[in-house]
Write a protein that binds this ligand. Sequence first.
Ligand SMILES: CC(C)(COP(=O)(O)OP(=O)(O)OC[C@H]1O[C@@H](n2cnc3c(N)ncnc32)[C@H](O)[C@@H]1OP(=O)(O)O)[C@@H](O)C(=O)NCCC(=O)NCCSC(=O)Cc1ccccc1
Length: 142
Amino acid sequence: MSHSDPDIAEATRTMLDADTASASLGIDVVKARDGHAVARMRVTERMVNGHGIAHGGFLFLLADTTFACACNSHGPVTVAAGAEISFITSARLGDELVATASERTRYGRNGIYDVTVHRETPTGREVIAEFRGRSRTVGQVQ
Ligand SMILES: CC(C)(COP(=O)(O)OP(=O)(O)OC[C@H]1O[C@@H](n2cnc3c(N)ncnc32)[C@H](O)[C@@H]1OP(=O)(O)O)[C@@H](O)C(=O)NCCC(=O)NCCSC(=O)Cc1ccccc1
């Protein structure tokens, strides 16, 4: 259901309300405005692979969703044209992950966004993954 939230741009809210993929993983978007976004996800049992660590595909999805929220916060429909990820250290069952997306640049219909996934530890932030996404706006540009 759609609801007004000053921290989440309307276009991003509309996209998220229809995003069953992200919702099914319990991804919680807490901020998405002006090309930046923050989302959280807890590593659950079904995200754990055969080595007892979080499957990289789920970490990618968290970063990808946060990227989507950032690049769609401007309004026009924007999709991912490409992305890459570096898995820095393993995430584990029960970890509360936070993804932070920052817009690096936009040129024409293209954009570049960096996303850092981290968890909080008693000694500070620990980086889990670094993601870079390339966006392409396919909706009408104002
Ligand atoms: C769009 C482009 C990247 C470039 O295509 P080019 O042809 O070089 O450039 P051009 O700018 O002319 O684009 C025209 C083309 O754009 C398409 N289109 C138009 N309207 C819409 C629409 N409303 N919705 C969707 N597509 C639309 C249509 O095909 C049209 O071609 P047509 O005119 O029909 O012949 C293409 O390669 C593509 O769709 N790749 C797959 C993208 C993909 O699946 N990504 C992964 C999923 S995203 C994700 O999971 C997370 C995420 C979400 C959001 C953000 C970040 C992360």
